[in-house]
Design a protein around this ligand. Sequence first.
Ligand SMILES: CC(C)(COP(=O)(O)OP(=O)(O)OC[C@H]1O[C@@H](n2cnc3c(N)ncnc32)[C@H](O)[C@@H]1OP(=O)(O)O)[C@@H](O)C(=O)NCCC(=O)NCCS
Length: 144
Amino acid sequence: MQIKFMDETETAETAILEKNNFTHPWSEQDYMEHLHDEDKIYLTAVQDSIVVGSCVLWCSFETADLCNIVVDAAHRREGIAEALLYQAFQECAGKDVEQILLEVRESNRAAIGLYDKLGFERISLRKNYYRDPREHAVIMQKKL
Ligand SMILES: CC(C)(COP(=O)(O)OP(=O)(O)OC[C@H]1O[C@@H](n2cnc3c(N)ncnc32)[C@H](O)[C@@H]1OP(=O)(O)O)[C@@H](O)C(=O)NCCC(=O)NCCS
């Protein structure tokens, strides 16, 4: 498995991963739009030439927002999300980012387990932030 920068040929596959996992997924066009922006980090995890995971962070000065992270259901618990985030931490450090922020559905045990393991801390709750279904968002922060 290889972690790499996403390229144009991977946006369609990544959008399918999104569609299979989120009620409001990013489209292929959404991925294409900012793929090469200097202040954004688009990573894929590739195994046997197939995209099995991806993550996206948008950086603004000292803060990066983790916008998306997803791993193919057939490849969960293989350490792929962890590998994506470790690479993302390195890319962030290279851009002088000091903290990563994210929001996550409070029922998303897998994602919260991942963020806990990697040292994110809960800093607040955004009530009824999500729709379809309506749910609170836990806001988490990792200081780099
Ligand atoms: C959350 C997600 C990205 C995790 O991907 P993954 O590749 O399976 O995660 P990893 O294998 O790297 O797991 C790393 C750690 O996260 C935690 N974790 C992962 N899945 C978990 C689960 N189902 N339950 C509890 N903890 C879990 C564990 O601490 C795990 O370490 P361990 O395997 O040594 O116990 C994946 O479940 C996913 O794509 N979910 C759907 C999309 C999503 O919810 N994205 C997050 C939006 S905020």
